[in-house]
Write a protein that binds this ligand. Structure first.
Ligand code: ADP
Ligand code: MG
Length: 156
């Protein structure tokens, strides 16, 4: 499957990229967002959630672990697993229910939940560039491959 690296400069551009990706998912799928603190995982997630029509605030789920959104028929779960001490805690949270059916799951710090998360459609690795960020898109399903191909033509 084709991997793609794109460069995105600035918070607004990051949100716009997220909005487009959100539309491409049509509100279904699983994305893993990797990158150090401050790389823009939440900014990208906010863009996706807004791109699917959410109009209120999108706060970081750092302390709640997960924030749910309902936009018409679309259900989004935005996870930040940074503070998860043990991946097994996800079982007690009822993690399976979140991934059941047509939901969009955005997961910051997925490595903290290793072994307890389903396979993603796409992994996005974000790293710092001067200026901006590089986004390395790694598709892991046919849907993810379609998104990556489309994003490459639009943002390259
Ligand atoms: N593509 C980008 N280029 C430059 N700055 C960015 C970009 N994306 C996000 N930022 C900035 O990075 C900072 C941290 O973003 P945040 O989304 O909270 O990161 P994370 O969730 O990875 O910790 C914010 O101040 C945001 O404006
Ligand atoms: Mg974050």
């Amino acid at each position: 499957m084709p991997e793609v690296t794109l460069f995105v400069e600035g918070e607004e551009a990051m949100a716009a990229f997220g909005a487009r990706l959100g539309q491409l998912t049509a509100g279904a799928g699983t994305l893993f967002l990797n990158g150090d603190l401050g790389m823009g995982k939440t900014t990208l997630s906010r863009g996706m959630i807004r791109g699917l029509g959410h109009q209120g605030p999108v706060k970081s789920p750092t302390f709640t672990l997960v924030e749910p959104y309902e936009i018409g028929p679309v259900r989004i779960y935005h996870f930040d697993l940074y503070r998860l001490a043990d991946p097994e805690e996800l079982e007690f949270m009822g993690i399976r229910d979140y991934f059941e059916g047509a939901t969009l799951c955005l997961v910051e710090w997925p490595e903290k939940g290793q072994g307890f998360l389903p396979k993603p459609d796409m992994v996005i690795n974000i790293s710092a560039q001067t200026p901006g960020r590089s986004l390395h898109l790694v598709p892991r399903s046919p849907a993810g491959e379609a998104w990556a191909t489309e994003l490459a033509t639009e943002f390259m």
